[in-house]
Design a protein. Structure first.
Lengths: 296, 228
């Protein structure tokens, strides 16, 4: 199964409430995915600075003294915000590569990198995962979340969604891809590496590699219909927006709602019922093999 | 007498138990369900005359296995609405998600909006009227009954169809294997007129085309052996 939620705000006044709304949506989708949960949230950008979200299974040890170590690698002060097993480092953009190398040397997992994106995901029930990261109090312009019922790879932190395979890009998926091993090899030949055995990560890497080759988000999503085999409802996030695409068979559910204030996506309508003014929203089921995206 | 059940204070299981008992009592009562909040499996398995009005949208499998009850959803319905319906009337004021009316044996499923993919899949005698359009693979392996669509039909309409009749007013994107257009004979005009009236649909029978089975897939054909 798996549950997906997404929220893209058109009304900036609602930004402080983004985490609160997404958390409720995510918890409602617990029945569809009780194994693990995750969220990618696009918050404020700080000019020229980049955010790196990292994870450790032993955060007390791993994050102790981290600020000084990464500052040394960066050659500049680095802000470290620890949230349970994750930490978000904010640093000057030019120090990104040096800091990532230092983090990998320390055995830390890189969950995502971007000007505005932060990613939090863990094994456990969505409400517990949300509480551990205090998702409810996060603000931002848009975010996507996922509750996982695992099929294609193990129930681990690294197997949880969202998957990020390029700066500020992430993907969540309901379904299963059948040609992911073949596609993983194809991407590897082009130098695009994945970190896990998971099928969705390959989908994310495919989209990122298409965008890196010059495709627009819309073109990259179109490409998934042709190049990826299997069942999928994808929701993808970028710095400026989010997109939705379903495979041509479209057996994985999807419902969308749009008002003047927001565009929302969910696997089921249940996850949308508490959104403001939902009664007046335009609610529809996205068509199969059709790309939808919203950008600011 | 109308009884109102508010789902902000009444659990789904209690709502269904209450409705099922009321249907069984044969008292032909009326129930209104408020705040359904997209719940799954609402008003399922009703076995007797009962009027149920759901004030809002529902989740998966609303009105499944319905017998004799008249159920109206004043909103949209999630996947599998009126699945395996036996008799009665189910009305959806909004849209219906995939496989609406699947495997239905009888009764009328009246969808005022659009229905998505696989509408009427494996239908076995149900009548389905969709005032809007339907998605791909609708009436797949449909065996009996009537599917009436005032709008358009998606890809592969009536694939591997048996004896169900399909009436479409708008465009059909493509016909599935063994589904062909057929002539409208007087009995079809009569049938369609009756169904459109029952569904309160604003359309004339002469605006529709009929599609049905070419009956070429019923039996194994030795000439097709190479295809296997």
């Amino acid at each position: 199964m798996c549950g997906i939620v997404g929220l893209f705000l058109k009304n900036d006044e609602m930004r402080p409430k983004l985490g609160d709304m997404l958390t409720d949506m995510l918890i409602t989708m617990t029945d569809r995915g009780p194994d693990s949960a995750g969220i990618a949230i696009y918050g404020d950008e700080d000019d020229g600075r980049v955010k790196i979200t990292i994870q450790s299974d032993t955060p007390d040890e791993a994050f102790a003294g981290l600020e000084a170590e990464v500052a040394q690698a960066a050659g500049a002060p680095v802000e470290v915000k620890v949230l349970d097993t994750h930490a978000v480092l904010t640093l000057p953009g030019e120090a990104e590569t040096a800091v990532i190398d230092a983090l990998i040397d320390k055995g830390l997992r890189i969950m995502g990198v971007g000007a505005s994106m932060e990613i939090f995901k863990e094994v456990g029930l969505p409400q517990d995962v949300a509480a551990r990261f205090d998702l409810r109090n996060m603000g931002g312009s848009h975010g996507i979340g996922h509750t996982r019922m695992a099929t294609e790879s193990a129930v681990t932190t690294m197997g949880a969604h969202p998957f990020s395979t390029a700066p500020d890009q992430c993907l969540v998926h309901n379904g299963s891809l059948s040609n992911h091993n073949q596609m993983r090899r194809k991407l590897a030949r082009k130098g695009v590496m994945t970190q896990s055995e998971n099928d969705t990560e390959v989908g994310a890497a495919y989209i990122s590699s298409r965008i890196a080759e010059g495709a627009t988000l819309g073109e990259a999503l179109e490409g998934t219909i042709k190049d990826l085999d299997g069942f999928f409802t994808f929701v993808t996030g970028t710095k400026n927006g989010f997109g939705v695409v379903r495979d041509p068979i479209a057996c994985k559910p999807a419902v969308m709602a749009e008002t003047d204030d927001y565009v929302a996506f969910a696997s089921e309508y249940r996850a949308l019922v508490d959104l403001p003014n939902i009664e007046a929203a335009k609610v529809w089921e996205p068509e199969p093999a059709t790309v939808y995206f919203w950008e600011r | 007498m109308t009884t109102t059940l508010d789902m902000t204070t009444t659990e789904l299981r209690e709502v269904n138990t209450t409705l099922q008992a009321a249907a069984k009592s044969q008292a032909n009562e009326a129930y209104v369900i408020t705040n359904p909040r997209g719940s799954h499996a609402m008003a399922c398995g009703l076995d007797g005359p009962l009027t149920v009005t759901i004030k809002g949208s529902t989740g998966y499998y609303c009105a499944g296995m319905n017998k004799k009850a008249a159920i109206t959803v004043e909103g949209s319905a999630g996947p599998g609405v009126a699945e395996n319906m036996m008799s009665g009337i189910v009305t959806i004021e909004g849209d219906a998600s995939q496989y609406a009316g699947a495997t239905g044996h009888g009764g009328l499923l009246n969808i005022k909006g659009n229905a998505s993919s696989r509408c009427g899949i494996s239908m076995k005698g149900i009548d389905i009227v969709v005032h809007g359009s339907i998605g791909h693979m609708s009436a797949f392996m449909a065996q009996k009954g009537n599917l009436v669509v005032l709008g358009d039909a998606g890809d592969a309409l009536g694939d591997s169809l048996y004896e169900a009749r399909l009436f479409v007013r708008g465009n059909v994107k493509s016909l599935g294997a063994d589904c062909v257009e057929k002539e409208m004979r007087p009995e079809h005009f009569e049938l369609l007129k009756d169904l459109l009236e029952k569904a309160g649909a604003d359309a004339r029978p002469d605006e529709f085309k009929r599609y049905g089975s070419a009956r070429q897939l019923y039996h194994f054909n030795i000439d097709n052996a190479d295809a296997y």
